[in-house]
Write a protein that binds this ligand. Sequence first.
Ligand SMILES: *Cc1c(COP(=O)(O)O)cnc(C)c1O
Length: 406
Amino acid sequence: MKISFAPPYIDDDVIASVDESLRSGWITTGPKVKALEEELQFRLGIESAVCVNSWTSGAVLALKWLGVKDGDEVIVPAYTYCATAMAVMDMGAKPVMVDVNDNLTIDVEKIREAITPRTKAVIPVDLGGLPCEYDKICSIVNDEKVRSLFVAETEVQRKLGRILVLSDSAHSIGAKLNGIDVCRCADVTVFSFHAVKNITSAEGGAICFNLPKVFDAEEVKKWFKLMSLNGQTKDAFTKTKAGAWRYDIVAHGMKINMPDVNAAIALAQLKKYDFLLGERKRVYELYRKLLGAYHWAVIPPKESCYMQPSYHLFLLRINPITESVRDMLIQRLADRGIATNVHYIPMPCLTLFKQMGYKIEDYPKSMDSFSREISLPIYPQLTNAEVEYVVRNLVELYYELMEKIG
Ligand SMILES: *Cc1c(COP(=O)(O)O)cnc(C)c1O
């Protein structure tokens, strides 16, 4: 049996949707993107969503909107993909890394300790699709003492009057906290539609808004649309209509709009997301059941009325195991045709961040989790027999390695 790690979900409906876009005579931002934004708004119960060409570009634009600049600080977890911190660095600001909790999401008490008068935003990451404790994070940023530390330097910052909660929901479309979709828990939420994510457009992302009432949702959406297309007053689709050629450039924007041909893929998947999420849950629960029998397997949590994950990753930790034994286990699984992965190498272990002065010793939980973590394949196409095969081999190889080491 050959089992890949995270193949995209491409069925006849996805192909038909792309085919329609290709044959329509219009392949970049146009009707498919508009339909995808409307579908997101409808499903997630939000007023506005703006599609862009990646999570990273969406997060950078959100920070640009907030007015984050050189000398500012943004709090991020140390245990995430590097893009979370790089979006902050793209704006010239400093990512302030904090450690994670047992669920591998940001430790909320550590957020409180990291806040300074330079803090403009916090970017919690819904790692593996488990929602962060947004209720607690929001009460921290709204705390009177914390608010009084906040230094507003732009119009948006003055209106907000506090630290912005910008969710890295690259993994968590469809996840809920207290029954509420993640994108209605933070101020701004960015999803990723990269090829390995729950919903994909090959490359892409969406920015969703849930801002306080002082902001005009329509106006904010207009700003993001304009700024994602060079600060141009008319998009290319509108401009191609006969006679509607004239436009203006009113701001220094970015060029990060999503093409229709990409939106076509995500739109077809999103329309059947209830089904896709159910299939991910089936795989997740079967792993939990099969691995629950082993004392050495630390398995991710079951859904509760507090949190419902999006089942993006199955983050298994093995107890006790060293990093090198974990690596051997991954290699031996690969030798048997089973692809696994590790999420993530904590950022302070990566060369760039080491050079910037971050030290892994400051993030003991991240380091400990990383050294014992192994992500198992999880996607709708994975059959129960394949899940059983993965577990059977994992268990066999675990005992084989343990015996060898003594
Ligand atoms: C994939 C990912 C990103 C980046 O998404 P892109 O769409 O590739 O920019 C950011 N954060 C996390 C946690 C991710 O997994």
